[in-house]
Design a protein around this ligand. Structure first.
Ligand code: URA
Length: 434
């Protein structure tokens, strides 16, 4: 078999056999297919799509490109969650400690920034020492010891996704239903959790910009989960404006800590309690959404959720003094407040523009080898539906230079619309697919 023939088949919309999918994924994982062929194939997939059968084959081949953990041998029931990617999405750092503090083991393999969306691993690496490359044995030992683990793809766990993910990030091949489904579900299958909550984002700051596509992606992932014996709930959530206040790696870690301490912004808190409640339902800890949200909330007010985050960071080598003194986390040298130039209601605060500009500030990568600036990003002070007056601060830029701050000011302002007509606030969730 030759990689080029497989690329040509996808280009010409000819369905691949299971063996061809497996051959290609093996070549990605062991490096025998070079990056330029993988990138060409990813672009063909992105433009032409894959059938449901091909996507399932791709997911399983990616999951089995490394080890697939069977956590049932180690804990009675492990749960996991995954977001399809958004702007200001620090939900994992809040929800996983909450759920683990409820006594439900949480085993998660996260990703890095992808396109304009941030990645949990990049965020956590704002904490000096935090390791995102745990081995299989470390993964299992930590889950058994403290009931929570949050790491990345490694040479042994979902290696094909690790390589493909990094290439997609810089080749314009992220927003593909097949590639997202395979990327998300291969990691979930490899990490071994038996129950999974998917947070499928929809809107201008998501890879699915309309509800129909987001529903299709959700159904596909739920179906793939079922085929692999996992129970999956997908939540459709809004991503037309940034979630919470902070966008950017260290800024989001600060907000996650504040949220775990009971001082989170209202939309983020509601979002996190809902995701946590669905995980608690799948994990048989509660019987209803209301009961789950109440239990989750009690983990915040009692301090147990923050304590669990502390334990997680310590277990993975992070310096926990950065959690106790969040002012120690990286802070950008230039901080610029940007004010409204007119009175009115916010009708748009475009999440994609914020995400793309955040990457331009250095919070994400333009090339695979780029280093990230953990300190840069935004604080978003207003939401769609808010009434603002001329001079009110709309957002704050954190940047490495005055020139970058000036660029960011202009770009983000171009995604904000203020109108004299009253607009309602955006919903947080649009529905559930099970
Ligand atoms: N999250 C992932 O892990 N992969 C994607 O492709 C998108 C979001």
């Amino acid at each position: 078999m030759r990689a080029v023939d497989i690329i040509i088949k996808v280009r010409d919309q000819i369905e691949l056999t299971t063996e061809e999918v497996q051959f290609f994924v093996t070549g990605i994982a062991d490096g025998s297919i070079p990056d330029y062929q993988v990138a060409a194939w990813a672009m063909a997939v992105m433009l032409n799509g894959l059938s449901t059968r091909e996507t399932t084959d791709l997911t399983l081949a990616m999951a089995y490109s490394g080890e697939v953990l069977d956590l049932s041998a180690h804990v009675p029931l492990a749960v996991d969650k995954h977001s399809t990617g958004g702007v200001g999405d620090k939900v994992t750092m809040v929800v996983e400690p909450i759920v683990a503090a409820c006594g439900l083991p949480v085993a998660k393999m996260s990703g890095r920034g992808l396109g304009f969306s941030g990645g949990t691993l990049d965020k956590l690496e704002s904490i000096p020492g935090y390791r995102t490359d745990l081995s299989r044995d470390e993964f299992i030992a930590q889950l058994k010891a403290i009931g929570i683990v949050l790491t990345g793809q490694t040479g042994t766990l979902a290696p094909a996704d690790g390589k493909l993910y990094a290439l997609r990030d810089v080749t314009g091949t992220v927003p593909s239903t097949a590639l997202i489904a395979a990327s998300v579900m291969s990691k979930k299958i490899a990490a071994g959790a038996q129950a999974i909550v998917l947070d499928v984002k929809v809107g201008n700051g998501a890879f699915m910009d309309n509800l129909d596509d987001a529903r299709e992606l959700s159904r596909l992932m739920v179906e793939i989960g079922k085929l692999s014996g996992r129970r999956v709930t997908a939540l459709l959530s809004d991503m037309n404006q940034p979630l919470g206040v902070a966008v950017g790696n260290a800024l989001e870690v600060k907000e996650a800590v504040n949220t775990l301490l009971g001082n989170g912004p209202a939309d983020l808190v509601e979002h996190c309690l809902t995701v946590a409640a669905h995980m608690l339902i799948l994990g048989h800890k509660v019987n209803s959404l209301e009961e789950g949200k109440k239990l989750a909330e009690s983990m915040i007010s009692s301090g147990k959720a923050f304590e669990m985050f502390h334990r997680l960071v310590k277990a993975q080598g992070g310096d926990v003094s950065y959690l106790d003194h969040i002012e120690k986390l990286p802070l950008a040298p230039v901080i610029l407040d940007v004010a409204a130039e007119a009175d009115g209601f916010i009708t748009e605060f475009n999440a994609r523009v914020v995400g793309e500009t955040s990457v331009e500030l250095g919070a994400g990568r333009a090339k695979k080898t780029d280093l990230i600036d953990h300190s840069v990003g935004f604080l978003i002070h207003k939401k769609v539906g808010d009434l603002v007056h001329r001079g009110d601060i709309l957002f704050t830029v954190h940047s490495a230079s005055q020139a970058a701050a000036a660029m960011a000011r202009v770009k983000v302002l171009s995604g904000i619309h203020i109108s004299s007509e009253k607009t309602s606030a955006l919903p947080i969730f649009y529905g559930v697919v099970q």
